[in-house]
Every structure is written in C-alpha cells, then in structure tokens.
Design a protein around this ligand. Structure first.
Ligand SMILES: [Zn+2]
Length: 298
C-alpha cells in the first residue's frame, strides 16, 4: 500500500523546498500541489505565471506523465472532478478557533463530509491511486498545504496510508515574504502586524487539524531547521516514514519533475540555505516583530 506524504503548511513556508528535496528519493513521486490541478487544467487561480503548465514545461494534457491520467480521470468525468476542499472561515471563526481549537474539531469533521467535498475526496483518491500505479513509487508527495485538505484525505483514506508533515516557519518571515508577493502581484498591501495575525490564525487551523491526527502519522518540522540542517532533518523523515535514505541534496532544482503549482521561484537552481534578510523589514515595526515572536511560541 503506498503512502501519501502530505505537506501541511502556510504559503511561503518552504513546502516547495521540502517537496523538491523528497522528490530526489527513488521511492518518492512528487505531484506538487495536487489541490491546484483543476485550476491548472481550466486555467484559473494561481499559475498564470507559468501558463498553468506542469513543471516539465508542457501543458498537463501533453505532459508524458499526466496526460494519460488526465484523460482517464478528468476527460472522462469533468462534472465530478474536484481537487480542492471547499471551506471558508470568517475572521471571527478564525479568531475563535485560535483561542478554543477543541471546539472546532467537530466543525472540521463536518466540512470534510459535506456533499461537495465527498466529490473532492473521491477525485483525490482516484488520482493518488493512478499516480501510484503509473509511477510505481512507494511514496506520493503532495504539497497542497491546506490543513482541511490534509484532514479530509486523512479521514477518508482508502487504498493508501496518509502521513502528514506539518512544516512551520517563523511567522514574521512568512509575513515579509507574503508582503513581497502581494506587492509583486500588485495586490493591496496589509500592514505587517495584520499579516502576522492572519498567519497566526492559519497556523492555529493547522494546530486543530494536528490534534485530530494519530501522533504516529504526523511529523513536525521547522523550515529554519530544514534549510540550516537539511541532512539531520531528512534523517527524521527517513525514520518516521520508513523511507530508504538517499544523499542530502545541496540544491533546490527541478530534475524531470512533473509537479503542479509551487513557488514561482522553483524554476531556477538554487543552493539550499537559510536567509535571515527578512529581519531587516521589521526595523521600523517593533510591535509586529515582538507580537510575531510571542505568537511563534504558542
Ligand atoms: Zn510534466
């Protein structure tokens, strides 16, 4: 039975780096952000920058790995093809969950069993199964990030096991990175303090989900450790998931990858290293810096 290793994290937290590192294993096939597959096929949502193509540079309908899978699962039944869990929390619910996560477990379970989300789960199950058959690999790496998607596949796994890596990063570093992408995409800028709070709320969603997963099936990891001590962190993954050790990569690069979505920066080869440049941006915002520091510890 194959294992799906699902990377749960916020945006800008190193999920593409982790997915890319694991894709170097002979036992792993990385699909990237599977949740974005439908958007990439129908050309909506994030992905316009790379024209919604696969990481190999071809449209998914022409990619040698994905095209037969798309023909079998998507073309055959477009009406019922959904790859992303539906959920929408108002800011009040987000704040409440941050304070009282135990009150939200039932709500989370209900979201996963909604009629619309059953179709998502059915599609994902079919995709995992087909990817596993076609690739012949023991592990499928899914870096979709979304915590409710993680819970939905975990609770409804059928022909495979699901393991989750919760990848965290300093809230303040995520905030500066998000602000940078927002301004590049010409979106309205939020203050660093507002961003820090939003990121904290999202992290608490991940926390609630983490309490609903069997401790044997979840691994906690910090982006800072992964970037600084890649080798040591990799050993933890090998141990936790019974994966055959492989040499620690020095670079983040695409090598015959067929991943969906990911960070726009993934197309160029880069050394794996830790960068503290984000701290500069808090020079004039001590309040956001201190608040982020406190929230990191909760
Ligand atoms: Zn491809």
């Amino acid at each position: 039975m194959p294992d799906v290793i699902y990377i749960m994290s916020d945006n800008r937290s190193g999920s593409t780096l982790l997915e890319n590192i694991l894709s170097k294993s002979d036992e792993c096939f990385s699909v990237g952000e599977l949740a974005m597959l439908k958007g990439h096929l129908l050309k909506y949502g994030p992905g316009a920058r790379w024209n919604y193509n696969c990481a190999c540079g071809k449209p998914f309908t022409e990619c040698e790995f994905w095209s037969p899978i798309i023909a079998k699962i998507f073309e055959a039944d477009k009406e019922n093809f959904f790859t992303s869990i539906n959920w929408n929390f108002k800011s009040k619910a987000l704040a409440l969950n941050a304070l009282f996560p135990f009150l939200f477990k039932e709500k989370f379970s209900k979201i996963c069993s909604r009629e619309a989300n059953k179709k998502v789960i059915a599609t994902l199950n079919e995709l995992y199964k087909t990817v596993s058959e076609k690739s012949g690999k023991k592990f499928i790496i899914d870096s979709s990030k979304n915590p409710l998607q993680a819970l939905a596949i975990y609770k409804n796994k059928k022909d495979f096991n699901v393991k989750i890596i919760w990848l965290k990063r300093d809230i303040r570093a995520i905030a500066t990175s998000k602000r940078k992408w927002k301004s590049e995409n010409k979106k309205k800028e939020k203050s660093l303090l507002k961003l820090v709070l939003d990121i904290f709320y999202y992290r608490r969603l991940c926390y609630t989900v983490s309490t609903m997963i069997d401790p044997a099936d979840i691994l906690y990891m910090e982006y800072e450790d992964l970037a600084k001590n890649t080798h040591e962190e990799l050993q933890k993954i090998f141990q936790a998931f019974n994966m055959k050790p492989f040499p620690t990569p020095q670079f983040m690069e695409l090598v015959e990858d067929h991943t969906i979505g990911g960070t726009p920066g993934r197309f160029s080869k880069k050394p794996i290293q830790y960068d503290e440049g984000w701290k500069e941006q808090f020079k004039n915002d001590q309040l956001a810096y201190t608040t982020g520091g406190v929230l990191n510890k909760i």
